[in-house]
Design a protein around this ligand. Structure first.
Ligand SMILES: [Zn+2]
Length: 466
C-alpha cells in the first residue's frame, strides 16, 4: 500500500509556490462583508479556485452576500463530509498599525501577513488545496466532500441558517468539518466538539416618568436602582444561579469527556496574564468544567441616573441591566428565557424583561468514531497528539449543523494561535498553512475508514438542543 505521508509531503513541497500563489490571489481581494467591499469579486475568486482544483461549484445568492458551494462526489464513496469556511474578512482598521498593506500579502519571519490570512482565507483555501493534493496523487477523493464557503461570517452569519434549511437535501452529510479559529497555544492542533450558546436580555426598572430632585423628593419617590439590584440578588447565590429551571436539561460530562478534560493543558499563569486578573485562583478541573459544561448568568451592563462628568443630585427615573447568558448543551434558549420571565414575575412584576436574541449551544459526542479518526489523522499529520476540547467557551452558529442538518460537527482550527485575526498584522505561519493542506489529506483518508450510522443514528451521536 502506498504511504500517504511520503506522497503528500513530497507533493506539497513540489507545489509550494503554486499553493502560495493561489492563497495570495484571494488575499489580494478585499472582501469586507460589513462594508460591502469586494464581496462579489471575492465570491468569483472562490469559484475560480474550486474550478482550478477540479471541484464542481455553484454560487447561491442570499439576501446578503453569496454563498459558494463546492462538491466532489463519487458514487462508490460511502461517506460525505461538509467543510465550512468563510471568504469575508473584518475591516483592516486601524490601518496605520499595519506593517504592510493588509491587502497585499507579505512574507516576513515565516509568516504571511494580510487581512484574512488566518481568518479565514488561509484555512478554507488549505482545505480546498488539500482536496486537490489528494486528487492529484490518487485520482479521486476517498470520501465525498462538500464545501460551504459563506460571505457573512464576520457579519453574524445572518443568512446561513435559512440557506441550510432551504438546502437540506443538497447539504446532506455524515459530518460537518469547520476550519476556523486558532490552534492550541502549544502548537498542537485542537479539535473542538461544540460551543456554548447565548441568550441576551435586558431588565428595565422604570419608576417615575422623569428624574426627580433627590432632596425635594428623597424618601418620597422610589428609586429603580434598588429595585433592580434587589431583583438581581435573588438570581444568584455564590456561584449558583437560583432561578427555578435555569439548569434544566444541562448535560453533565460523560466519563469519556471527564477523561478528555483532564488531558487539556492548563496554564494558570497564562490565564491570569490574559485576563488581567492576577488574583485568579482556580484549579484546572473547575476551570474547564465551568467554561464548557456550565451556563453563566453574566451582567454585562448596568446603568442608571447620571453617569457623565460632574454630579447631579437626582432620583433616576429608570435603571437597566443587560444580561449576557451563556448556555450549554441540553439547555433550550426559550425555556431559559421562560424560567427567567417566571422569576421576574414572582420577585418583582414591575420590572420589564426584554429579549434581545439567542443562539443555541451545540455539542457533538467525544465518543463519535469520527472524532477518534480525526484525532488519529491530525496526529499522523503533525506528529503531535491534538488537544480535544468538548466545547468552546464562546458562541458560534454551530447549531446550524447539529440542529438543522442533524449532523455531528467538529471544528478544527488550522491557524496559529497568535494569528491576530480581527487586529492589525493578521498572519498565518507558512508552516501552518502547509500543515493544514497535509492535515486535510489525512483527515479525508481517515474519515473514509469510519462507519457512520444511518441518518437516524446520527442524532444519537449528536447532542443538540431540542
Ligand atoms: Zn473572524
Amino acid at each position: 500500500m502506498r504511504s500517504l505521508v511520503n506522497d503528500v509531503d513530497s507533493f506539497i513541497s513540489r507545489n509550494e509556490k503554486y499553493y502560495l500563489e493561489r492563497l495570495f490571489r484571494l488575499l489580494r481581494q478585499p472582501s469586507i462583508s460589513t462594508q460591502n467591499i469586494g464581496m462579489a469579486e471575492c465570491a468569483s475568486l472562490v469559484q475560480e479556485l474550486f474550478s482550478d482544483c477540479g471541484i464542481e461549484n455553484r454560487r447561491y445568492e442570499t439576501e446578503g452576500h453569496p454563498i459558494i458551494y463546492g462538491e466532489w462526489l463519487h458514487p462508490d464513496n460511502e461517506t460525505t463530509v461538509l467543510i465550512y469556511g468563510h471568504y469575508d474578512v473584518q475591516p483592516p482598521d486601524p490601518l496605520d498599525e499595519w506593517e504592510s498593506d493588509p491587502f497585499e500579502p507579505e512574507i516576513r519571519n515565516g509568516r504571511i501577513y494580510a487581512r484574512g490570512a488566518g481568518d479565514n482565507k488561509g484555512q478554507f483555501v488549505a482545505s480546498i488545496l488539500g482536496a486537490k493534493t489528494y486528487l492529484d496523487i490518487h485520482g479521486r477523493l476517498p470520501v465525498n466532500v462538500k464545501w460551504i464557503i459563506e460571505g457573512e461570517e464576520e457579519a453574524g452569519s445572518r443568512h446561513l441558517a435559512t440557506f441550510v434549511e432551504q438546502h437540506r437535501a443538497l447539504l446532506q452529510t455524515d459530518l460537518v468539518y469547520t476550519t476556523d479559529g486558532s490552534s492550541h497555544e502549544s502548537g498542537a492542533q485542537s479539535i473542538l466538539l461544540g460551543v456554548r450558546g447565548a441568550l441576551g436580555v435586558e431588565l428595565v426598572a422604570q419608576e417615575a416618568r422623569w428624574d426627580n430632585h433627590s432632596g425635594n423628593l428623597g424618601n418620597i419617590v422610589p428609586n429603580p436602582v434598588w429595585r433592580l439590584t434587589e431583583l438581581l440578588h435573588t438570581m444568584r447565590k455564590g456561584h449558583q444561579v437560583t432561578i427555578d429551571g435555569f439548569y434544566d436539561g444541562v448535560r453533565p460530562p460523560t466519563p469519556h469527556e471527564e477523561q478528555i478534560l483532564r488531558r487539556i493543558p492548563y496554564d494558570l499563569e497564562g490565564i491570569r496574564r490574559k485576563s488581567g486578573y492576577d488574583a485568579l485562583d482556580i484549579d484546572s478541573d473547575t476551570y474547564h468544567r465551568r467554561l464548557m459544561f456550565e451556563p453563566t448568568l453574566n451582567v454585562s451592563g448596568l446603568f442608571s441616573g447620571h453617569t457623565g462628568k460632574g454630579g447631579r443630585s437626582i432620583i433616576p427615573a429608570r435603571a437597566t441591566a443587560r444580561l449576557d447568558i451563556r448556555l450549554v448543551a441540553g439547555q433550550d434558549p426559550d425555556q431559559v428565557y421562560e424560567a427567567l420571565a417566571n422569576h421576574v414575575r414572582k420577585h418583582d412584576a414591575s420590572i420589564t424583561l426584554i429579549r434581545k436574541g439567542s443562539v443555541p449551544a451545540s455539542r457533538t459526542s467525544a465518543d463519535h468514531p469520527a472524532v477518534l479518526a480525526i484525532a488519529k489523522a491530525l496526529e499522523q499529520s503533525t506528529g503531535r497528539r491534538p488537544v480535544i476540547q468538548p466545547s468552546l467557551g464562546g458562541t458560534l452558529p454551530d447549531y446550524v449543523w447539529t440542529r438543522i442538518l442533524n449532523a455531528p460537527s467538529v471544528i478544527v482550527p488550522y491557524a496559529n494561535y497568535d494569528q491576530n485575526n480581527h487586529g492589525p498584522n493578521e498572519n498565518i505561519e507558512i508552516s501552518y498553512f502547509f500543515r493544514a493542506i497535509r492535515s486535510t489529506c489525512y483527515v479525508l483518508e481517515q474519515l473514509s475508514r469510519v462507519t457512520f450510522n444511518e441518518q437516524s443514528g446520527q442524532s444519537a451521536h449528536t447532542s443538540t438542543v431540542k
